[in-house]
Each structure stands twice: as structure tokens, then as C-alpha cells.
Design a protein. Structure first.
Length: 132
């Protein structure tokens, strides 16, 4: 039985030891061209699993790229509710893509939660100070 703070393997893994993924890759490396060709052939025959495998591994998913945007009325909005309404209006007007608008609305919601937590902490501190 090990004592708290004592490693079960104090010397660690021996140098040069490969993990299972590295060993498997080494074993398959010489066969990769044939395996790729076989997978491609299956995909071309209509095997959707092979097709998905090829597409997911060979063509990386496109990441969303957003350029800087300007929402003129956002700075004028005083409350978080007003800010959210301005964002929704910008989406409705076509000035803002819905996915970006959704991210902004989520951000407004996160800010609201942070403000709420800050206010709760202040109230608790006030109550504790009043007790003393």
C-alpha cells in the first residue's frame, strides 16, 4: 500500500518506451497507402462510414471566422436588457449574423450573472459586518 504523496512508479516510464498509440501507428505506417486506398474504394462504393472517416480526417472542419462588427446603438444602451434588445434588432435587420448575435447575447447573459454574484457577495458582506 502506498503512503499519501508517494508515487506508485517513482522512476516513471522508462525512456524510449512508446505509448500504445505510437506503437500502433508505427505498425501501420508501412501499410498506410494501401489502407487509405482501401478506405477510399469503400467510400466510392457507397460505404458512408468510410466516407465519413475520410472526410473527417482528411478535410478539417471549417472554423467560423468573424470580422469586426459595429453596432452603433449598443454603446447608447444603458442596461443589459437594452443591450440584448439592440443585438436582437441588429440580427433582425440583417446587420449581424445570427450565430454572432447568439454569442453576443450569451456574453450579455454571462455579464449579468457576474454582476448578480458581485451584488450577492456585497450583500453577504454587509450582513456579516452588521452582525458584528
Amino acid at each position: 500500500m502506498f503512503k499519501p504523496g508517494q508515487s506508485g512508479n517513482p522512476n516513471g516510464r522508462p525512456k524510449g518506451t512508446k505509448n500504445i498509440s505510437t506503437r500502433l501507428l508505427s505498425e501501420l505506417e508501412s501499410d498506410l497507402p494501401e489502407l487509405l486506398e482501401a478506405t477510399k474504394a469503400k467510400a466510392l462504393e457507397g460505404d458512408t462510414g468510410a466516407l465519413r472517416l475520410l472526410l473527417e480526417r482528411m478535410i478539417p472542419a471549417k472554423k467560423s471566422e468573424s470580422k469586426a462588427i459595429s453596432i452603433p446603438n449598443l454603446a447608447k444602451a444603458k442596461t443589459l436588457t437594452e443591450k440584448a434588445e439592440v443585438i436582437i434588432q441588429a440580427i433582425g435587420n440583417g446587420d449581424l449574423p445570427p450565430d454572432v448575435g447568439s454569442q453576443l447575447i450569451s456574453s450579455v447573459g454571462s455579464v449579468a450573472k457576474i454582476i448578480e454574484i458581485d451584488e450577492l457577495v456585497k450583500r453577504i458582506e454587509s450582513l456579516e459586518n452588521a452582525k458584528q
